[in-house]
Design a protein around this ligand. Structure first.
Ligand code: URA
Length: 435
């Protein structure tokens, strides 16, 4: 077997066998494929696609290219959750302690922000003292003790994805559904949970701009899970507007804490969190989604989810004083407000431009490895559909750069659209795909 034949077969639209895919990943890891041939192969996949079987086998081979967590000690109770990336998406901070409070085991590896989408590890590290690196033994012991541990992805998790992603990024081959699905699912398989809930974002602030493409990605990831012995549910959620009011690391921690304390109980963020947590508990506990939802509401109303959150943050060294009183979290020193220039209802909050602005404040990173400003970001004062009066603030921007007002003023004037007609905000849950 040689890679050139595999490249030619895919260029001509052929279907690769399991052993050809296995051979390809072996050659990739052995660094025997030069970047120009690999780029041609990725472009061939981009245009020719892959069957579900090819994608599932590619995913499994990628998953086994590095370390794989062994969570068998927890039986069927392990559950992971993954978001395809959104603006203001702090759901992991909320659903993970809810699920742990309901008896699920969360041994979770999370990512960092890149582009306009945030990363859970950056948000957690905005809590002074939080340690996002634990030894493998401490990681498992913490899950045994309190049901939850969340760390950053180690360097040895799915090295095949690191190589492929780096090249996809510079060869215009990121947005291929089989390549995205195998990239995401290989990391989920290697992370080891038996149950996985995927939050597939759809809208202008997400990878998947249309419902059709979000459904195709979601269905493929659910199928990859099935072919690899995992229970997977995908929930497609709207990302045409940011999720919640805060975008930025410490600001999002404060919003997550407010929800866990019961101060937010009627908003798109609340609904997404309740739905995702219910799907997680339904899979791990093998119960109906309505029974799981009752457990979620109870965990929130009883304060057990909030108690679990504090237990988790304290276990990883986070300063609990900043959780009891979130005004003690880092906040960048400069603030700038953008006010409404007319009375009316908020019709649209453009997620993509909101993400671009948040990143420019220092909340996100331009290149891998850049530092983020934990106290930077922005807060939206209104959700879509709410009424705003002329002169009232719509957006508060925080940062450490004196160029903050200029950054905010550079955003398109219609990033937040106001209408004089009462509007119905778009639904937040668009579809759920189960095995
Ligand atoms: N997230 C990933 O991990 N991989 C992709 O290809 C896209 C989003």
């Amino acid at each position: 077997m040689n890679f050139d034949d595999i490249l030619l077969k895919k260029r001509n639209g052929g279907t690769l066998t399991d052993s050809e895919i296995e051979f390809f990943i072996g050659e990739l890891l052995a660094e025997r494929i030069p970047d120009y041939k690999l780029s041609a192969f990725l472009m061939a996949i981009f245009f020719r696609g892959m069957t579900d079987r090819e994608t599932a086998v590619l995913t499994a081979e990628m998953a086994h290219s590095g370390d794989c967590n062994d969570l068998s000690v927890f039986g069927d109770l392990t559950v992971d959750k993954h978001s395809t990336g959104g603006v203001g998406d702090k759901t992991t901070l909320i659903v993970a302690p809810i699920a742990a409070a309901c008896g699920c085991k969360l041994a979770k590896m999370s990512g960092r922000a890149l582009g306009i989408t945030g990363g859970t590890v950056d948000k957690l590290e905005a809590i002074p003292g939080y340690r996002s690196t634990l030894s493998a033994d401490d990681f498992i012991a913490q899950v045994q003790r309190i049901g939850i541990a969340v760390v950053g992805q180690s360097g040895e998790l799915v090295p095949a994805d690191k190589k492929l992603y780096a090249l996809r990024d510079v060869t215009c081959t990121v947005d291929s559904i089989p390549l995205i699905a195998s990239s995401i699912m290989s990391k989920k398989l290697a992370a080891g949970s038996r149950n996985i809930v995927l939050d597939v974002k759809c809208g202008n602030g997400a990878f998947m701009k249309s419902l059709a493409s979000a459904k195709a990605l979601a269905a493929l990831m659910v199928e990859i899970g099935r072919q690899n012995g995992r229970r997977v549910t995908a929930v497609i959620t709207d990302m045409s507007a940011p999720l919640g009011r805060a975008v930025g690391n410490a600001l999002e921690v404060a919003e997550a804490v407010a929800l866990l304390k019961g101060e937010i109980n009627d908003s798109p963020l609340y609904e997404v969190c309740v739905v995702l947590a219910s799907e997680m508990i339904a899979l791990a506990g093998q119960m109906s989604v309505s029974a799981a939802r009752a457990q979620v509401l109870n965990a929130l109303q009883s304060g057990n989810a909030y108690k679990k959150f504090k237990e988790w943050i304290a276990a990883q060294g986070g300063d609990i004083a900043c959780i009891d009183d979130t005004s003690a979290l880092p906040l960048s020193p400069l603030a700038y407000e953008i006010c409404a220039d007319t009375d009316g209802y908020i019709a649209e909050i453009d997620a993509e431009n909101t993400g671009i602005l948040a990143k420019a404040t220092g909340a996100g990173r331009v290149n891998k490895g850049d530092a983020v400003d934990p106290g930077a970001g922005l807060v939206l004062t209104h959700h879509c559909g709410e009424y705003v009066q002329k002169g009232e603030p719509m957006l508060r921007v925080y940062g450490s750069t004196p160029a903050l007002p200029a950054l905010a003023m550079r955003m398109p004037r219609d990033m937040i659209k106001i209408t004089d007609k009462k509007i119905q905000p778009p639904p937040i849950i668009l579809e759920t795909i189960r095995q």
